[in-house]
Every structure is written in C-alpha cells, then in structure tokens.
Design a protein around this ligand. Structure first.
Ligand SMILES: [Zn+2]
Ligand SMILES: [Zn+2]
Length: 230
C-alpha cells in the first residue's frame, strides 16, 4: 500500500521516546480532554473541603442540616411515643452513613497516583500554541505526567488529572473518579434514603394529625349527646 502519513510517523517517533515504566503512555485518547476554564488558577485542588467552597456545597449542607433538625425536633416528637425510639435510631443511622460517605467522597483524592505523591500543587499553564488539549498522546501537559488509563481526564475545576474520571460534582466541590466512586454512590443513596425517610415522617405526621382530629371530633359529639340527655 503506501507509507504512513508524516503526522503518524511523528507520533510513532514521539512514542518511542516515552519512558519504559508502569506509566507507559496509552494510545491517543479521545478528543474530550479539556483544558481548565480558568488557567489563571494554577493550583491543584486536593479535596472538596478546601477553599474556595462552591455555593452549591453550602446549599447542600444547609438543606441537610435543616431537614435533619426538622425531622428530629418537629417530625419525630409529633408521632406516637411508642414509635419514636425506633424512628430516631433509623434516622440517625441513615444520616451517619450519609455523613461518612459524604466526607469520604469529598476528602479522598481521585487524582492520578503520581500527582498524589507530589508535594507541590503548582500546575503548569497550557501552551495553546503547542497543544490543543491538556492530555495528548497519553501525556498531560498541565500535570506533566503520563496518564495511567484511557478514562483519565484533566478536570478544569480541580486542575488535576483524575483516574477513572466520572464527573466533577459541584455539591462535593470535588471530582468523582475511580478512587472515590464507591463513597460517592453511597453518599447519593444515603441522601435519597434520608429524603425518603423525612417524606415518610411527613406523611405519618399528617395521618396522625388527621386521626387525632377525627377522634377529638368524635369525643366532642359524644360529649354533646351526653349533655343533651341530661
Ligand atoms: Zn492533568
Ligand atoms: Zn474536578
């Protein structure tokens, strides 16, 4: 047939120069690796609780605090005393699981292993004249590392390469990757369980309130009938 085009030949030559290590570069990744939206911030984020915090993160914390306080202070005490210990225990368990999963998902750094070993959090700026994407040919020009998998992406918010990148979660202010995917799923599942519990408590509160009102009405009628007979 024909000889490879010059671009392919150049790629092969570049590949031959790569170091023979466990971080061997991969075949050309997809075109979706993106450069950071804000290249002025040249620092890598380590976890989701470091400043600057994201507004949605604060909204999530406030909503969680308000819902759990309302459940413990208003909803559970409004129900029959016999059910209150079990409901308090169940709600506490769900919220504790959520707190643990939330902290784990936010604090476990999903960055590539080589980045996690580095003390410095300085990140290079992308030279747009030379590179179209942050990751090209298996190398991140911002983190200055060879990435270890096809699913590694350079997150523009965290300014780091994330192994097994899933998405950047604004509620956690942190990337979700292969290292913190399990606590992230647990965080979402426990938040849904907590929301369902609060909703169930609200329904129970309505039912108890309505039943109580009916009983009071019946008592009033019985009392009125007794008085009319006298
Ligand atoms: Zn990177
Ligand atoms: Zn991120």
């Amino acid at each position: 047939m024909s000889s490879p085009p010059p671009a392919a030949a150049a790629e092969d030559a570049a590949a031959a120069e790569r170091p023979p290590s466990s971080q061997q570069p991969l075949p050309p990744p997809g075109p979706k690796n993106t450069a950071p939206p804000n290249t002025a911030d040249r620092h890598r984020r380590r976890h989701g609780l470091q400043p600057p915090l994201h507004p949605l993160q604060l909204v999530g914390w406030l909503a969680l605090a308000a819902l759990s306080t309302g459940a413990f202070v208003v909803q559970v005490p409004a129900l029959p005393p016999a059910f209150q210990p079990a409901l308090t225990a169940a709600l506490s368990a769900v919220l504790l699981v959520h707190l643990a999963a939330h902290l784990a998902a936010a604090l476990v750094d999903p960055a590539e292993e080589e980045l996690r070993k580095r003390r410095s959090v300085e990140v290079s700026q992308l030279d747009r004249q030379k590179h179209l994407h942050a990751i090209e040919q298996g190398r991140c020009h911002l983190c200055d590392i060879w990435v270890t998998g096809r699913r590694t992406k350079h997150c523009g918010y965290c300014n780091k390469c994330v192994a097994g990148f899933d998405h950047h979660c604004k509620w956690l202010n942190q990337c979700v990757g292969s290292r913190n995917y399990a606590p992230f799923v647990m965080c979402v599942a426990s938040a849904m369980a907590a929301s369902a519990t609060v909703a169930a408590l609200a329904v129970a509160q309505l039912v108890v309130g309505r039943t109580h009102a009916v009983l009071v009405q019946q008592d009033v009628k019985v009392g009125a009938n007794s008085l009319s007979r006298i």
